[in-house]
Design a protein around this ligand. Structure first.
Ligand SMILES: NC(=O)c1ccc[n+]([C@@H]2O[C@H](COP(=O)([O-])OP(=O)(O)OC[C@H]3O[C@@H](n4cnc5c(N)ncnc54)[C@H](O)[C@@H]3O)[C@@H](O)[C@H]2O)c1
Length: 403
């Protein structure tokens, strides 16, 4: 290795909390800084700093991604009541991911990292299944009501200029429950755009599924928006890339996905995505092997690992104990960001570096060297169960062989 790889445009680097923050600096110091002349614009989203800045730092980080186009984020604490006390916070700040997602109007895609010696629980899944979850509305923004006794439940819409529209939901004879949900065409369109753009980026087929045979207005609206955007903007690009857009009913999709060999992007409504993403994570093995990327319809990308700050390991770290925390998804987040930066800037050396680093990580695990979480799943069993820093050193050794 001679000169360091140069970067043209800075990456937006968003630091975070606890054990992932510790791993973040290890990865930078050992796997990136020796090889890449890393240009980043740094935003520290450690909970203390979010509190000090009244969470302005989170907004600034999102705005920076708008400016530069690509960011990489470390896991951050979303404070609950216990964290407010632990960190003596001014208030219970919102989830940084939620704030950033709202500013970028993005969709989150999760993609598992597959290695030969961690077999998915569904044996015919040979390729990763990427999941895209619509993150607005439906049951997550519902209005619910407990009906105490007989009466009529109605749904009323009062237009700003126009006549009231009324539907009877049900004439109740006794007690029961009602729920109303909504969604927005603008949000569904953004979601659809992000899904088409990311399927193209990854060169995989896009599957979309709802239950429009039952929900003829609500779910059908999702289907129509997807179809319209596909026909108007993506059909030609998909044909050129040799990939397809496939719509099918959600129940049919579940049955087909289980029997498939994987390798598609599966776009789902909010609740379906919530349920299916946990199923996929569990089938593919470990949360520490799941990457996550926020894609905005305007072409901004933010990469991160899907797991949290691994608090329990951090508590051990603070006591001076070494931990076997898995840095793989975090390394892949950096790789994803560097590769995208390289693609956008026309710096193929950066893309090649990201590919080589990824290959070195996979090789390390496939040669039987892994952290404790993976050792529980490996088949054949791990040869060497290592602490985080040792794992990173093993990756460095394999990376050096190919640089
Ligand atoms: N994207 C994010 O920023 C994000 C996502 C989820 C949770 N969080 C935050 O993280 C904190 C901890 O949350 P949590 O405990 O529910 O989730 P977590 O992902 O940190 O941990 C969940 C479980 O998975 C294991 N695990 C996760 N990542 C691992 C890794 N890399 N190596 C080994 N084991 C790993 C942990 O030991 C733990 O048992 C919370 O404050 C939460 O707000 C942040």
């Amino acid at each position: 290795m001679t000169d360091k790889i140069q970067m043209r445009t800075p990456l937006v680097e968003i630091d975070g909390d606890e054990m992932t923050r510790i791993m973040w600096s290890m990865v930078k110091e050992k796997l990136l800084l020796p090889y890449v002349d890393l240009k980043t614009e740094y935003y520290d989203l450690a909970l203390e700093h979010r509190d000090e800045t009244d969470d302005q730092i989170t907004i600034e980080a999102a705005e920076a991604i708008k400016k530069y186009g690509v960011g990489v984020k470390c896991a951050t604490i979303t404070p609950n009541a216990a964290r407010v006390k632990e960190y003596n916070l001014k208030q219970q700040w919102k989830s940084p991911n939620g704030t950033i997602r709202a500013i970028l109007d993005g969709t989150i895609f999760r993609k598992p990292i597959m290695v030969r010696n961690i077999k998915p629980a569904v044996s015919n899944w040979k390729k990763p299944i990427i999941l895209g979850r619509h993150a607005y509305g439906d049951v997550y923004k519902n209005v619910e009501h407990r009906i105490s006794g007989p009466g009529r439940a109605e749904m009323v819409f009062t237009p700003e200029n126009g006549e009231e529209v009324k539907h009877t939901i049900h004439d109740f004879n006794g007690s029961g429950i009602i729920q109303s949900i909504h969604n927005l065409d603008a949000s569904i369109s953004s979601f659809a755009e992000a899904c088409f753009a990311y399927a193209l980026d990854q060169r995989v087929d896009l599957w979309f599924s709802v239950k429009d045979t039952i929900s003829k207005t609500y779910d059908n609206n999702f289907r129509e928006i997807f179809e319209q955007i596909y026909e108007e903007k993506y059909k030609g690009k998909f044909e050129e890339a040799g990939i397809t857009y496939f719509y099918t009913l959600i129940d049919d999709a579940v049955a087909r996905i289980i029997r498939s060999e994987g390798g598609m992007l599966w776009a789902l409504k909010n609740y379906d995505g919530d349920v299916m993403s946990d199923m996929l994570a569990s089938v593919f093995g470990s949360l520490a092997m799941m990457t996550s990327v926020l894609v905005s319809p305007h072409g901004y990308f933010e990469y991160e690992s899907a797991h949290g700050t691994v608090q329990k390991h951090y508590q051990r770290y603070l006591k001076g104990e070494p931990t076997s925390t898995n840095p793989v998804a975090l390394i892949f987040a950096w790789n994803g960001a560097l590769r995208k930066r390289g693609e956008l800037d026309g710096t193929p050396e950066l893309v090649t570096f990201a590919d080589k680093l990824e290959a070195a990580v996979i090789k390390t695990i496939e040669e039987g060297v892994m952290t404790g979480d993976l050792a529980k799943l490996a088949e054949p069993p791990a040869k060497q169960v290592v602490y985080t820093e040792e794992f990173i050193d093993e990756v460095t050794r394999r990376l050096e062989e190919v640089l």
